[in-house]
Ligand binder design. Sequence first.
Ligand code: B16
Ligand code: MG
Length: 223
Amino acid sequence: MKPVEGLIFDLDGVLLDTAQHHYTAWRRLADELGISFLPKDNEKLKGLSRVESLERILSMGGLMLNNDTKLQLMERKNAWYIELIADMTSEDVLPGVRAFIESSRKAGLHIALGSSSNNATTILQRCNLETLFDAIIDGRHVTHTKPDPEVFLKGAAQMNLSPSQVAVFEDAQAGIEAALAGGFHAVGVGLPSNLPGAAWVIPGFVGLTLEGLHQALALQASG
Ligand code: B16
Ligand code: MG
């Protein structure tokens, strides 16, 4: 296979450890509602939109609420989440991320963000990451969130690349499904057991090189 020409990065759980802050904020809400919400439940929520995440939590507790109440609950969760990320700086970018993106840019690859979050731009600015991206697609730009491929398809289109020319880095099962549905090379970030279907799973970005990525994807494509 030809080397990829573009990379799309998920935000929460890939560039930064914000996935744990989403969990903390949802857990606080679930506790208040008397709904049991454990890390294994959270794993299935990763990458889903805010409203879809709330719907899943409410259905876990068998709760039916009207739209106004749901909006209020989402606002409260987001306010707690914003408190949790308020002190984030460029120091919080996960190890190896910036170096890998910078070296990929130098090698001529196009770089995009593909996140479900409406807080993506705030976080990128705060952590001094925004200028690394040729295209930023987030929750505000899509009608259908992961596992629908829309966010990644829009990223590829803005980079003028087809999905087969692009690798997507994702920490969520919903994100891997979205990448595969769109025809992208799906690279998991995290534990292989949480990310079935990924072409390759890395524990993080420390030591990752473009050659290593190309070799892993070529091996997977050949076998
Ligand atoms: P917000 P990602 C996703 O971001 C998170 O994984 C998910 O937990 C969150 O519910 C979703 O963004 C919406 O985020 O409430 O900030 O708009 O992983 O796609 O970067
Ligand atoms: Mg994520």
